[in-house]
Write a protein that binds this ligand. Structure first.
Ligand code: ZN
Length: 193
């Protein structure tokens, strides 16, 4: 009896996560990695719950997840939003930052709990930003790029000491996106534009 209960609870958690991730327009492959459900079951869930939501509803994402790290650093606004997401990943215990500012994963590989924590972090990010620049798939890429691929790192701002997400292959001028946005708006105010 206990075994059946446990199995039911596990399946329910898998399905809840799959629906939550479909709602965020996650790709099938990303959903499969977290839930362990087959592509076929994910497709059936999508068809059952989301297919008839109309043109303003959930779009189905196929293919590979976008990869370029430039998306996270292409301007101060995106860089600030990526930094907020990394902070939320840390507070959700998906990532940890060592004393030398190195970012490491707290999870050996994605699973259902990882997926729910990622959804929670992403949902908080959506609440914070009026114009979110990063989709769920970009959030998925961000966590992998900064934790496993070493393409991004946490740099420190020379003026306010805040840490921010930076491209490991770019020159760093030691100015965080918040200070950069502030200096740009001061410059615009002085120029009268
Ligand atoms: Zn700063």
């Amino acid at each position: 009896m206990r075994l059946t209960d446990d199995r039911y609870a596990t399946e329910r958690s898998q399905f809840e996560l799959a629906l939550r991730m479909i709602g965020h327009e996650a790709r099938t492959r990303t959903i499969r990695e977290c839930t362990g459900l087959s592509d076929d079951r994910i497709r059936k869930l999508y068809t059952t719950y989301f297919r008839h939501t109309g043109s303003g509803g959930v779009r189905r994402r196929r293919g590979k997840s976008p990869r370029q790290v430039m998306r996270f650093v292409k301007n101060p606004e995106n860089q600030l939003q990526a930094t907020v997401l990394v902070t939320l990943f840390c507070s959700g215990r998906l990532l940890r930052v060592d004393s030398d500012n190195k970012v490491s994963p707290c999870w050996p590989r994605p699973d259902v709990e990882f997926g729910h924590r990622l959804c929670r972090a992403f949902e908080t990010y959506l609440l914070i930003h009026d114009a979110p620049e990063l989709s769920f798939e970009w959030a998925w890429n961000l966590i992998h790029n900064i934790a496993y691929n070493d393409e991004l790192y946490l740099a420190a701002c020379a003026s306010c000491s805040a840490y921010y997400v930076q491209d490991a292959y770019a020159l760093d001028d030691k100015r965080c996106p918040a200070c950069e946005i502030e200096s740009q708006s001061r410059y615009r105010a002085a120029a009268g534009t």
